[in-house]
Design a protein around this ligand. Structure first.
Ligand code: NDP
Length: 607
């Protein structure tokens, strides 16, 4: 057992009052809580006046409906779908069809091409399959265009363009028991058949808008950041928005997207109003070009090693070495300074919680001081300070965002007291009774996180006996084996973050999932199984494990400022994630595969 005074000493030496900070966090949270919670948002529709059209695809595109058969259909052409395709290909599956709503591969990186777009997870661990493709990204944090091109390169490398269907939305999946295959219907009149279906419909694919009164009455120009209108703004993802030189622009929202957009608007627009409800925490980014000598020195297996090291560090598995060594990992390692033992599990829960909280206060104090150091106007600096625990909102990283508020053409409008923008009129955005007249409103208001595909109700899935998947989950509760397969829905695999474990480098998580699913399919093919379907016992046992190990995030989230991390201030009491975390979950999957787990999902042919 560690000496308890290690921590007590730390607490005594603090140069701040934890109780005063707790009270400040509570007060700031109360200012922002809305009774309508998640119901405050809308989707993009013509009615809102904010277009949902794909700006990058051919508008007049048509093709003949398909009535053919492939071995595997993958729903979604983002990194999850690409990884599923790549890993299935490596497992020997030849006919793979990716069906994607956008006009090409890329998912998030297809839709989001706003100025400044970069990934703030290190590119050497975020871009998947780097060693397979023999590629090393050019920057520590890659621009969106490089990431999108890498997505296309993966598709080319694994032959995924061959059968791909773009600008196509799957409208129904229906199991045909007699043929032991899925019938896949789409909005282009297709009725294809596939033995296996993998659904990877994304977590950030449904753009959302705030339900601001009057939003549809605005007469100026308007769009969502995931549908950036370069025809209006001029320029491209690297900036140069010449079309805005004489424009007054409102940007609504200050999340991870806005942090990247604002410096470009500030540089190029005549006047910018940034409408903020909750400030993001903005840490150092420190982007730098890849050192060619370092790239040459990389030994085979380097990417997996680096991804796993990052995952361990950010999920609290102690590591002697921190390979990525950036703001994500240094924040995670703060706790170690307060709990100097080999294993957090040795420390009593209360003491551990207190240490986490103190480390969190210290981190947030540092970020609040960063605002003061950079932003010259004290009143603006005060509004930009985040008052909540570090992981209440998605952390952001920028070396240019806060600096942009020192420009004379950029104004920060705080909307916390009115719970967001109050109203939009024909020509203005209204907050606190003040009308800010603008030519253009850009919504950096995010996505309906996690609610796509099956869970959104937009992808109806009918399994054995015509039973609906979503209906089954709604009436009988969510039941899966490892989050990937469900009884009654043979040969159907779901990628995502239900009843398994996720982390910030979600592409790494998707790769582990895709590799697991591909291995199950490979075994099913090798053993000529009739189909893949979890036994009732295996599924029940997994649901029981999830319940027993569920991470207890409720208290933490209930005290957080509202946002999508905590269902706008009303967190769900029951977590559906595997409480031992992703590192343990991946190990569990490996053991399951090597120690006879296939028996729980492979249904043998009769006779
Ligand atoms: P977010 O959901 O994070 O941000 C939406 C913003 O809109 C928030 O600041 C929100 O305020 C604000 N907002 C919503 N309604 C109103 C209203 N009525 N009035 C005023 N403001 C309002 O969306 P983003 O697009 O910024 O990011 C989405 C996710 O995409 C991120 O969390 C991240 O996971 C990912 N991302 C990743 C990047 C990367 O580099 N890896 C880069 C960009 C995005 P409030 O906070 O008060 O709700």
């Amino acid at each position: 057992m560690p000496e308890p005074q290690d921590l007590t000493n730390g607490v005594k030496d603090l140069d701040f009052d934890p109780e005063a900070l707790r009270a400040k966090y509570r007060a700031e949270r109360e200012r922002r809580i809305r009774p309508d919670g998640s119901a405050q948002y809308r989707h993009l529709t013509g009615e809102s006046g904010v277009d949902d059209q794909d700006p990058y695809a051919e508008a007049e595109f048509t093709r003949e409906p398909l009535h053919d058969r492939v071995e595997a259909v993958v729903v979604g052409g983002g990194f999850g779908g690409l990884l599923a395709g790549a890993r299935l290909r490596q497992a020997g599956v030849e006919e793979i069809r990716v069906i994607e709503q956008g006009g090409d591969f890329g998912g998030t990186w297809y839709w989001n091409r706003y100025p400044g777009i970069h990934c703030d997870i290190e590119s050497y661990i975020y871009l998947p399959l780097l060693e397979e493709l023999g590629y090393v990204p050019r920057w520590k944090y890659a621009p969106g265009e490089e990431i999108r091109q890498h997505a296309q390169a993966i598709a080319r490398h694994f032959g995924l363009y061959d059968h791909a269907c773009f600008q196509t939305r799957v409208t129904e999946l229906r199991w045909d028991e007699e043929q032991s295959e899925w019938i896949v219907r789409t909005d282009r009149g297709d009725e294809m058949r596939a033995r296996y279906v993998v659904v990877s419909s994304g977590t950030l694919s449904q753009a959302k808008l705030p339900g601001i009164p009057g939003i549809e009455t605005f007469r100026g120009h308007t769009f969502h950041t995931s549908r950036w209108d370069y025809a209006y703004t001029g320029g491209d993802a690297s900036g140069g928005l010449t079309g805005l030189a004489d424009k007054r622009v409102a940007l609504i929202g200050t999340g991870a997207t806005a942090i990247q957009v604002v410096p470009h608007l500030g540089a190029d627009a005549a006047q910018v109003y940034v409408f903020q409800r909750t400030p993001s925490s903005v840490d150092v980014r420190g982007n730098r070009p890849t050192d060619p000598e370092w790239a040459k020195s990389l030994k085979p297996g380097w990417q997996r090693l680096r991804m796993e090291n990052f995952l361990k560090v950010v999920t609290g598995v102690r590591q002697d070495e921190d390979l990525v060594n950036d703001a994500w990992t240094s924040s995670a390692r703060l706790q170690e300074k307060l709990i100097p033992t080999n294993s957090y599990a040795d420390v009593p829960a209360e003491e551990r919680e207190l240490a986490y909280e103190i480390a969190d206060f210290q981190k947030m104090n540092e970020l609040r001081s960063r605002v003061e150091t950079i932003v010259e106007d004290p009143a603006t600096a005060e509004k930009l300070k985040p008052w909540y625990r570090y992981m209440c909102k998605r952390p952001t990283f920028s070396d240019t965002y806060l600096q942009t508020f020192n420009r004379s053409n950029v104004t920060l409008v705080d909307t916390a007291d009115t719970h967001g923008v109050e109203r939009i009129t024909e020509k203005a955005v209204v907050v606190g009774g003040v009308e800010y007249e603008v030519d253009c409103i850009i919504f950096a208001t995010g996505f309906d996180v996690g609610r796509s595909g099956v869970l959104s109700g937009k992808l109806p899935v009918y399994g054995r006996g015509g039973v609906g998947l979503l209906e089954t989950w709604m009436t009988k509760g969510l039941k899966t084996l490892h989050g990937f397969t469900t009884r009654g829905f043979p040969n159907l695999f779901l990628l995502g973050s239900m009843q398994n474990a996720a982390s910030v480098n979600f592409v790494h998580i998707l790769d582990e999932q895709a590799s697991h699913v591909a291995e199950v399919v490979a075994q099913a093919r090798k053993r000529q199984a009739r189909y893949v379907e979890p036994t009732a016992e295996a599924q029940d046992a997994w649901v029981a494990t999830i319940r027993q190990k569920a991470a207890d995030l409720y208290k933490f989230q209930a005290e957080c400022t509202p946002g999508y991390y905590n269902n706008e201030g009303s967190p769900r009491e029951r977590s559906e994630s595997y409480g031992d975390g992703p590192v343990a979950f991946h190990e569990l999957l490996r053991r399951w595969r090597s120690e006879g787990g296939m028996r729980e999902v492979l249904v043998e042919n009769e006779g």
